[in-house]
Design a protein. Sequence first.
Length: 400
Amino acid sequence: MRRLAVLGSTGSVGEQTLAVAADHPEHFDVVALAAGRSIARLAEQVERFSPETVSVADEAGAQELRQRVGEGIPIGVGTSGLEAVATHPSDLVMAALVGAVGLAPTLAAIRAGRDVALANKEVMVMAGALVRREVSARGTSLLPVDSEHSAIFQALAGQRSEDVSRLVLTCSGGPFRDADAWPAQRVAQATPAQALAHPNWDMGDKISIDSASLMNKGLEVIEARWLFDVPGERIEVVVHPQSIVHSLVEFRDTSVIAQLGLPDMRVPIAVALAHPERLPLDAPRLDLAEVGQLDFEAPDRERFPALDLAYRALAGSEAAPAVLNAANEVTVAAFLEGRIAFGDISATNARVLDAHLAACQGARVECLEDVLEADRWARRSARDSLGLDEVRAAAGEGGA
């Protein structure tokens, strides 16, 4: 029996995590839940799983939750509530928040000696070097949940790190992959509804927009660099529209190992939750004869400049990925609110990154405050560049 805490329990990954746990009650005891403002859904989860503690975004949400579930359970609020859930006695913390909000509680979980299943890619994007040091110092495990990083994690099982030649992350290409239907000018003017229409995956709004711009893949390149300690120049991206091959590892003898499966986030979630075991899942099985054909192509870097921004950030300074991530959170939120065009997302992110690198090329990150200051600066710079006041966080509770 594994005691499980979930950060972002009402988001897409959080909901699927709880579904896997519910299907295997002999393996998991859900002891702590953190959500944002989806109070009705959180109340249903409390009724079903009877956790020992929960957390919500603000006091108004806490009052509503008390009315729904009574006074019998501690309810945390805000940042302190997230950290209380992250450090609550458990065997594994599912970090399924979206965005920078997930960094502090995930670090708190690691420092408390908890193993972490990581679906919150911004944690490694913003503070990858710092997180790696903390994991090493505490002797905890960091288990990737993104389908691409889970695929690499599985392909590396039993292999020597010095034998790895390169990592290859696959990418569906998103809703704008077809260059004939979506030339650059049309992509730049795409509406939120068009950008949210991912062809293969059912994800939260923020991740769906990042997938449409390929920023999601760029962030995954940065994440892979720190998760697997492989330099950015040895991490590649290939477009694979069927989303059957989830990623590949090439070794120095030119052998390539890949992980395949139908698109279903329950699989990488279950891999992380049960590691090193495998759980039986009631999911469709891959029939290669039915699939028939697997296609691969190079990403179109002219129509999707976000991918190159990620490589530039990774090479530029230790704080540059945090700058890029923060600017992107502001611009995606503004796009979802209808305040900027789709093309303004990457253009604004590039201006903010350029300004940072002009002043801080090669700078190191020494502590968490350095990361948070880079994040704050980038948010201000992105808003100022667009002439915007504050914008809401984009899908800040894991896609809910």
